[in-house]
Design a protein around this ligand. Sequence first.
Ligand code: NAP
Length: 257
Amino acid sequence: MRLDGKVALITGAGSGIGRRTAILFANEGATVVVNDISQENGVQTVDEIRASGGQAYYIKADVTQQAEVKTMVQQTINLFNKIDVLFNNAGIAGVGAVHEIEEDTWDKVVNVNLKGVYLPSKYVIPHMMERRQGSIINMSSCVAEIGLQRRSVYAATKGAVLALTKSMQVDYAPYQIRVNALLPGTILTPFVEGYLRSAYDNPDEALNTIKSRQLSEQLGTPEDVANAALFLASDDSKFILGSPLYVDGGAVFGKMA
Ligand code: NAP
């Protein structure tokens, strides 16, 4: 039980990586606050956790809305008195090269993927500072490190999240708060299924191209990323501060000849 007695808040936990991580954290003894913009999906995650004997609560909030995030954090504190782990996971895609992206799409992706890391952090961190402990995990992506076709705004936000992570770490290290980033490769989730359908004429061919750029020659699973999140959340990673953790099947550092 690597998270016994801990309270973890996970944004975007109604689907994909966030849901899988919520289930894993609960299995490891954490009380999990499941956030998602979709109540139906968030409640499904909670039901799944409770059905296997875990502790979870759904709190609805849009991570781009200051008042909603502030209330979510306050509700969590009222219920559990503390937050040990914050996983800033919520994110959206937004496919296109710069000349193709409309301004409203640009703004939306920046808001969810970047402001959606800033706002929960802003309201959770003072509680962690008071207790002089905490682990924050920010969801970046391997696209922060490599150029990929038609990922412009998405890549920009994920690069920014990685840079933000390092600066946050410097600010909060004196309070024994660790801040690290996850950089997944392509993980088969509803998010990826959606952009394969919307961005490519031939989704099957695109899927094969994506597989071939990972040395694993397979897509990752939500469990692969959840396991890495568990490591960063737990004291097993107590000497890891301000680091990017790649969960990418070798996409960034490996190249077939
Ligand atoms: P997913 O299955 O779409 O899950 C993301 C969840 O976030 C969805 O339930 C979504 O709700 C929710 N969400 C969206 N906007 C929100 C908001 N404003 N406030 C609160 N919740 C919101 O995606 P995923 O693949 O698990 O991705 C999770 C994170 O990993 C994202 O940050 C993504 O960029 C990152 N990532 C994914 C991959 C990959 O290959 N899958 C690779 C690298 C990084 P709705 O469905 O209702 O919009």
